[in-house]
Design a protein around this ligand. Structure first.
Ligand code: PRX
Length: 642
């Protein structure tokens, strides 16, 4: 079913711009590099580039070679210099109901203070800083202050455990951790600084020299004199004047850890000029952004790439006015998001399918009780959106008129790669549609042959066959893994393999079907099976563990674990299951906690000793078993079946 989404009144002007010289797609196809150069000119460059793309070091690209810029200057200073200092950059809404409006001029002062303090701590361009914070304004200020000084930030999701934080600090050798005393969790102040202390305990993560702490909750906070500093006693007193230096277009802006197919998270590296170009370009066109008019709300957390590109860098580079919300959607009740939409007159709302399905479960009477007429555009990200949720989203939240942009991209791609353009191109419920102008992709079989449009049986692999400006430049400290993970599958062609399965329909539109590797997608969060297995076997009672992602009505996928206990362990399975869930929460994060844990006597393995996850998925989803002929012992299933 095609839905052209022409019933999108505000788009007439936009469609004219985008289509005017038939324009964007044709121009990009005719001369990709000239097109990207044009997009890069959305930014302020302290020094111009001499070459748009240098792909001679493939698979590591250089974009805008020799160009110099400052990301924070682009996101903040230049808007103030252009006379927009009084425009609100951030409408911040705290979980307990407190709020702050921060103008661009105020943001500039805060970022400058933070930059002055970080410089006074002796940090230099190229040093790494870990940011472990809830959704408070200082988190964004910290990211921008790092960017301003050329410090490479590594944001660690505040729901991650102390050990996850420690391994990320160690991997990046961070010199500073910025955190808060605690965070609000459904009305309770929960400590966060304590997890930092645990990560650094006994001389671990020893590269860290200082911990800078924002007071958010007032909760009692353990303190190490000499190492720990309060933000309000340091940053707040620093000078609000700071002159931004320019950095090379390929200077590393940030590292963001994401799950791969092994237990060790990968530090995805993004650089400066190409990244900001594509973040700004996509935010501008995909959300049809109108600076000074739109009130934009991306509901992600800064702990994920969506928060980096579509809360911090893309929108601020485009002088957005945006909502940033600290809490959960059902605190103090399920009306929270819609109260916020009404309060600020949100025009663009960008969220994940799992949240849409949660809203559906809560019932349409909740959003129906609010005036959501300010919303003109809706976005979806993180996983394929099921057509039912797509239709509900458009009908109930978008009053049947707001187009939905279903945006396909990844931590590695840095910015949106595929999406309809609102009012310009067609959309279908559940399809990512086509690559954006300037981006190319293919759906191919394992030999690299393009899958025919309309071929419903043979699902293919989604590959990106040309470099793009915001592409990852590597895995921090592991160039070999970078090549193997993304470039080995189609090495002879130089294509990037995204890890997603996809198909192309008869109209030539792309449907992303989900991961084809051992990566699960729970509520849009990437979690590797190996990482959860590793945490499970870390429990003294467990001999072996196998983890699979299974369908879940709300979260897309849920985690199902099968464990074999050590011989001699014979305590009740409810007890061990509870302990194991706690272990995974503790070791990784509550989001990685398995929904189901089944204690089993054996696991299905091939003769080469590989666990047959496909069969475990069949069991976990109650399906008839697939082909078991390669199993060593097909009888193992008699014991596995519930
Ligand atoms: O499987 C795809 C899915 O999320 C993966 C990327 O996850 P992450 O790096 O955590 O980034 C999430 C936010 C960009 C992809 O490999 N995915 C993301 N967006 C979509 C999607 N699958 C289908 N449709 C989407 N719109």
């Amino acid at each position: 079913m095609t839905d052209i989404q022409t019933s999108y009144p505000p788009s007439a002007e936009f469609a004219a711009v985008a289509n005017g010289d038939a324009a964007l797609y044709a121009r990009a196809a005719a001369d990709r590099e000239a097109f990207w150069a044009e997009q890069a000119n959305r930014l302020h460059w302290h020094e111009p580039w001499t070459q748009v793309l240098d792909w001679s070091g493939a698979p590591v690209a250089k974009w805008f070679v020799d160009g110099k810029l400052n990301v924070a200057y682009n996101c903040v200073d230049r808007h103030v210099l252009a006379g927009h200092g009084d425009q609100v950059a951030i409408h911040w809404e705290g979980e307990p109901g407190d709020s702050r409006d921060i103008t661009y001029a105020e943001l500039l002062a805060e970022v400058s203070r933070a930059a002055n303090h970080l410089a006074a701590l002796g940090l230099h361009a190229g040093d790494r800083v870990a940011i472990y914070m809830p959704m408070v304004p200082e988190a964004i200020v910290s990211m921008l202050a790092c960017a301003r000084l050329g410090l490479t930030h590594s944001v660690v999701f505040a729901a991650f455990s102390a050990s996850a934080l420690r391994s990320r600090i160690d991997d990046a050798q961070a010199r500073l951790v910025i955190t808060t005393d605690g965070q609000w969790r459904r009305g309770q102040a929960v400590s966060l600084k304590a997890a930092v202390d645990e990560a650094l305990a006994d001389g671990q993560a020893s590269t860290v020299e200082h911990v800078l702490v924002v007071r958010r909750t007032g909760i009692e906070t353990p303190w190490t004199d000499g190492r720990d500093q309060w933000w309000h006693e340091t940053v707040a007193h620093a000078s609000a004047e700071h002159v931004a230096d320019a950095f090379d277009a390929e200077h590393p802006l940030y590292i963001l850890y994401t799950s791969g197919t092994t237990g060790k998270p990968k530090g995805i590296v993004h650089t400066t000029g190409g990244y900001l170009t594509q973040a700004a370009y996509t935010h501008h066109y995909v959300f049809d952004h109108k600076p000074g008019q739109d009130v934009y709300w991306c509901t992600a957390d800064i702990g994920w790439v969506t928060g980096h590109s579509y809360i911090v860098y893309g929108p601020l580079a485009n002088r957005a006015t945006e909502v940033v919300y600290e809490g959960t959607p059902n605190f103090p009740d399920e009306h929270r998001h819609w109260n916020i939409v009404e309060k600020y007159g949100v025009t663009v709302y960008y969220t994940a399918p799992t949240l849409v399905r949660t809203f559906m479960k809560w019932g349409r009477e909740i959003p129906d009780a609010h005036d959501l007429s300010s919303i003109r555009l809706l976005g979806s990200v993180g996983e394929p959106i099921n057509p039912e949720a797509w239709r509900w989203y458009r009908e109930v939240i978008g009053a049947g008129a707001a187009p939905i942009v279903d945006t396909w991209w990844q931590t590695e791609t840095g910015a949106i790669m595929m999406s309809p353009l609102p009012g310009v191109t067609a959309a279908k419920p559940g399809a990512a549609m086509k690559p954006l102008p300037g981006i190319t992709a293919k759906v191919v079989d394992d030999k690299g042959v393009s899958v025919d449009p309309g071929e419903t049986e043979a699902n293919g692999y989604l590959v990106l066959d040309q470099p793009w400006p915001s592409m990852l430049r590597g895995i921090w400290g592991d160039p070999e893994r970078f090549r193997e993970t993304y470039w080995a599958m189609f090495a002879d062609r130089g294509w990037y393999f995204a890890g997603d399965g996809a198909k192309v329909d008869a109209d030539g539109d792309t449907w992303v079907l989900g991961r084809v590797d051992d990566v699960m997608n729970v509520s849009g969060h990437r979690i590797s099976t190996a990482e959860v297995e590793h945490a499970l076997v870390g429990h003294a009672g467990v001999a072996e563990a196998a983890v699979v992602g299974v369908s879940d009505e709300t979260t897309g996928q849920a985690i199902a674990a099968f464990v074999i206990l050590q011989s001699g362990v014979d305590y009740p399975s409810e007890q061990i299951v509870a302990e194991l869930k706690a272990t995974v929460s503790q070791e990784i994060s509550p989001i990685a906690k398995p929904r189901d844990i089944t204690v089993v006597p054996e696991l299905p393995k091939t003769r080469s000793g590989k666990i047959m996850r496909r069969l475990l998925r069949d069991i976990a989803e109650g399906r008839t078993l697939g082909d078991t002929s390669t199993l060593v012992d097909p009888k193992v299933f008699d014991a596995l079946r519930p």
